[in-house]
Ligand binder design. Structure first.
Ligand SMILES: N=c1c2ncn([C@@H]3O[C@H](COP(=O)(O)OP(=O)(O)OP(=O)(O)O)[C@@H](O)[C@H]3O)c2ncn1[C@@H]1O[C@H](COP(=O)(O)O)[C@@H](O)[C@H]1O
Length: 109
């Protein structure tokens, strides 16, 4: 599934040079980092509200949609700063390895 993130990252990179009139991503870059961060903040709040709703209603569709918006805008932010999903996935992998080692160490003691 992380192929999707890689493919989206390539599209986001190409959209940096696209026409802001025809590309949403290009329009965000045209408005600058503060606009991108504002969108990340908005999507974060919408995700939290959707999670609270999901807890009460048991309906999770909105939560999945809002989380996708949050991931998408976070990827635009990373792309703006010369980073991509690989950087974050590598960090998660590092932590996974570390916790695996700790788990092994505690089993052996
Ligand atoms: N995954 C997405 C994606 N997810 C969400 N969005 C857009 O993010 C915005 C969500 O913000 P809001 O819900 O606040 O909607 P809004 O009121 O229109 O936004 P603002 O006017 O406040 O900025 C909507 O305009 C969505 O269309 C996305 N726009 C694009 N993509 C991907 O990015 C690629 C490049 O898109 P373009 O740059 O438009 O070609 C596309 O092929 C898609 O794969």
């Amino acid at each position: 599934m992380s192929d999707i993130l890689q493919q989206l990252a390539q599209v986001l990179e190409a959209r940096k040079q696209a026409d802001p009139e025809s590309s949403y991503v290009a329009s965000l870059h045209h408005k600058g980092l503060n606009k991108i961060l504002e969108k990340v903040g908005e999507e974060c709040t919408e995700t939290l509200l959707a999670a609270k709703d999901a807890e009460h209603s048991g309906e999770t569709r909105d939560l999945v949609n809002e989380t996708a918006d949050l991931w998408f805008h976070s990827m635009v932010m990373l792309s703006r700063l010369g980073l991509g999903p690989d950087d974050v996935l590598q960090e998660l992998a590092n932590r996974f390895d570390l916790s695996g080692l700790e788990e092994k160490a505690s089993r052996n003691s």
